[in-house]
Write a protein that binds this ligand. Structure first.
Ligand SMILES: NC(=O)c1ccc[n+]([C@@H]2O[C@H](COP(=O)([O-])OP(=O)(O)OC[C@H]3O[C@@H](n4cnc5c(N)ncnc54)[C@H](OP(=O)(O)O)[C@@H]3O)[C@@H](O)[C@H]2O)c1
Length: 258
């Protein structure tokens, strides 16, 4: 049995990747969809041509990963595709975001992505693919988006180095680094930090879920190490390589107030 494992499947990018797999793949037998909201996963299951196995789990609780581990051991699938799309951010400085939300971001954006990758790797074969959904936030330090950006930098580095470690096994790993996306729940969730005073005023030239998913999924099929699905994230990627971090943070200090 060939499976695709997708986290964050209840909305935004994760949900759209499930639909993209329906459109593009003809040898996937099951999609394993993971997120907290069961009702959303059930709706997705009804829309999907490929059978969906729903896992309504909070991935910040390490105990819940045991459920996936046990299903992998029981069913012994070949994991052809793993997409770690579950993630969230919180806008605000260190006082408004606070330690609890900071920990939760690290638990989901970093720990859960690593845990799930390690759980799935023994079930992957030559030609299997991993997509780690990072962000352009990985390309520089971001004041007022600090822990989120740091968590995505972690995932980006993890993804790049894992790709090289997996060369001998023929497994491809792509770090997907989108710029702001306007039509997911990410920005509304990120903007609800208590005591936050509009650290980021606007999200200009934000991209669309459909184009981010289409471009990044194609790039991963080609086996690219990094996907920057759009002009803004491509420019940011290059800027992050050539400009010093202090200058990038100074530019961000202006942009976030515009
Ligand atoms: N939108 C942007 O501007 C943007 C830009 C760059 C990168 N990204 C990254 O893209 C990825 C997808 O985000 P999105 O834009 O599609 O946002 P989204 O619509 O908010 O999707 C986030 C997904 O993560 C799941 N999730 C959140 N907390 C979870 C938890 N504790 N356990 C399990 N699942 C959890 C959510 O489902 P439940 O609530 O049902 O659990 C949801 O399905 C994230 O990693 C994000 O950092 C987004």
């Amino acid at each position: 049995m060939k499976a695709a494992v997708i986290t964050g499947a209840s909305s935004g990018l994760g949900k759209e990747y499930v639909l993209e797999i329906n459109r593009k793949e003809h040898d996937i037998d099951e999609i394993w969809a993971i997120a907290r909201r069961q009702d959303r996963l059930k709706e997705l299951k009804e829309r999907s041509r490929i059978p969906v196995r729903c896992f309504p789990l909070d991935l910040t609780d390490p105990q819940n990963l045991q459920v996936i581990k046990q299903e992998l051991e029981r069913l012994h699938p070949v994991v052809s595709i793993l997409i770690n799309a579950a993630g969230f951010g919180k806008i605000g400085d260190y006082t408004s975001v606070g330690i609890e939300e900071s920990r939760r971001m690290i638990d989901l954006n970093c720990k859960a992505a690593v845990d799930l990758t390690y759980l799935c790797l023994p079930y992957m074969k030559r030609g299997s693919r991993i997509m780690q959904i990072c962000s352009t936030a990985a390309f520089q330090p971001f004041q007022h988006l600090n822990i989120y950006a740091a968590s995505k930098a972690f995932l980006y580095r993890f993804s790049r180095a894992l790709r090289v470690e997996l060369f001998p096994r023929g497994i491809k790993v792509t770090a997907v680094c989108p710029y702001w996306i306007r039509d997911t729940e990410f920005i509304p969730v990120a903007s609800t930090t208590e005591g936050e005073k509009k650290s980021i005023r606007h999200f200009p030239l934000a991209s669309k879920t459909s184009s981010v998913v289409r471009i990044s999924y194609f790039t991963s099929r080609l086996g690219f190490p990094v996907s920057t699905p759009g002009i803004m994230c491509s420019v940011h990627w290059i800027a992050g390589k050539i400009l010093p971090s202090d200058l990038l943070m100074a530019i961000w200090a202006i942009l976030r107030r515009v």
